[in-house]
Design a protein around this ligand. Structure first.
Ligand SMILES: Cc1cc2nc3c(=O)[nH]c(=O)nc-3n(C[C@H](O)[C@H](O)[C@H](O)COP(=O)(O)O)c2cc1C
Length: 385
């Protein structure tokens, strides 16, 4: 088993955890969502254990009406990750940023800056703003219809990638003798004119250390899969079973061929929600206990911790078995872990499940310095066509 084929793990949960009622648990710090010290300690725990990335989810609005949700208040992802870049050393930092309520120049500039600040650990989870209420923050009465959202997203990512290629890798010479800061001819404008954007460029940040930060796309249906096939390095899915994951891989493979890319060139990372305890009975009790903390106004069907991906409750061996089963079936290249309660669900996963997976050759800590290295992706070549 080579390191490049081993499963990669990322966390899409921040303290106090992904479960909307996690903050009410006696073991949870009540208001950690704006506590940088607590979040940084969590990020360092993840990188020490060999997680490849921390993905910060986002919506440019409060997510829903749930009265008990910590999503009522959260850091803006790129601001948070810029701080975490200085407090961590070897974990990818992935910001969810919408293409529906942003301009490509802003996003290209911020992600290029994060890539420089973090030494090449930046990633972008491309999101098209699924919740209609996000339009309210931007003087619009409603978001674009579904197809328009994805069409705009495709052109948006294309423009961002073009802007990242504004400078050649060796453009900045800072030659005190000649007085040239950058090499003549090593910068080009973009001059993009499309349906949604007219962007002359060039970007005012030199080429990111990774060439392009890693692009993630969370896909649910055909439009998301097509976008992932055209623009993404990693596709996040909510596949709840191995059969569903295989179906996603087949559909993505077809879309990749149609887009002129190799069928296996985009990694697939399903969601994973683990609740781990020394006995299955205790793990089940802990799951039910968290649900019992839900506010009476919250429907159980609103609880997103057991709707998105592989939900597994059990002993470290049982949880490792299920993950290894997905790995053996070729259903996942990595997982996006949604720890319901942090640190209660994070500690046993890192301390007990990961070592079992490592012994079986299913997991190996990432190698290299950049997020692309961690994921086995080569550096993005500059496209000057
Ligand atoms: C693992 C995963 C993470 C996601 N994270 C976010 C997020 O942070 N913010 C968001 O608005 N949508 C997020 N989504 C939703 C997707 O971006 C997408 O909009 C959704 O799957 C619905 O698809 P649609 O846009 O085709 O309606 C996520 C989806 C998945 C599967």
């Amino acid at each position: 088993m080579t390191t490049s084929r081993a499963l990669r793990f990322s966390s899409i949960a921040l303290p106090p955890g992904r479960h909307v009622a996690a903050w009410r648990h006696p073991a949870a710090q009540a208001t950690p969502e704006l506590d940088l010290t607590t979040i940084a300690a969590c990020a360092r725990r993840l990188e020490e254990a060999g997680f490849s990335a921390l993905i910060v989810a986002d919506a440019a609005a409060v997510w829903g009406e749930q009265l008990d949700s910590t999503e009522a208040s959260s850091f803006e992802p790129l601001t948070l990750l810029s701080a975490l870049a200085t407090l961590t050393d070897r974990i990818g930092l992935v910001a969810t940023t919408t293409t529906s309520f942003n301009e490509p120049f802003h996003v290209a500039r911020r992600l290029a800056s994060l890539d420089h600040i973090s030494g090449g650990r930046a990633g972008w989870n491309v999101d098209t703003s699924v919740t209609p209420r996000q339009a309210g923050g931007f003087a619009r009465s409603e978001p674009e219809v579904h197809e328009e959202r994805y069409e705009r997203a495709d052109e948006f990512v294309q423009v961002v990638r073009g802007l990242w290629d504004s400078y050649a890798d060796d453009a900045i010479v800072a030659d005190k003798q000649s007085g040239l800061y950058f090499r003549p001819g090593a910068r080009r404008p973009l001059d993009h004119a499309g349906k949604h954007f007219r962007v002359a460029g060039p970007l005012n940040v030199s080429r990111p250390p990774q060439g392009h930060p890693v692009v993630f796309q969370a896909a649910a249906d055909s439009a998301g899969i097509v976008l992932a096939s055209r623009q993404a390095d990693v596709m996040l899915t909510a596949a709840p079973s191995i059969d569903d994951a295989h179906a996603y891989r087949a559909r993505l493979g077809d879309a990749l061929v149609a887009a002129g890319r190799a069928p296996g060139s985009v990694q697939i990372w399903p969601g994973l929600t683990p609740i781990v305890a020394s006995t299955e009975h205790e793990a089940t009790r802990r799951r039910d206990e968290l649900h019992d903390f839900l506010h009476e106004g919250t429907q159980r069907s609103d609880v997103r911790d057991d709707l998105e991906g592989l939900f597994v409750v059990g002993t470290p061996e049982q949880v490792a078995d299920r993950i290894a089963e997905w790995y053996a079936a070729g259903a996942a290249d990595g997982f996006t872990v949604r720890f319901p309660l942090i640190p209660a669900d994070l500690d046993p996963f890192l301390d007990e499940v990961l070592p079992i997976l490592a012994r079986r050759g299913v997991f190996a800590p990432p190698v290299g310095a950049t997020l692309r290295d961690f994921l086995g992706l080569s550096r993005a070549e500059r496209d000057v066509a």
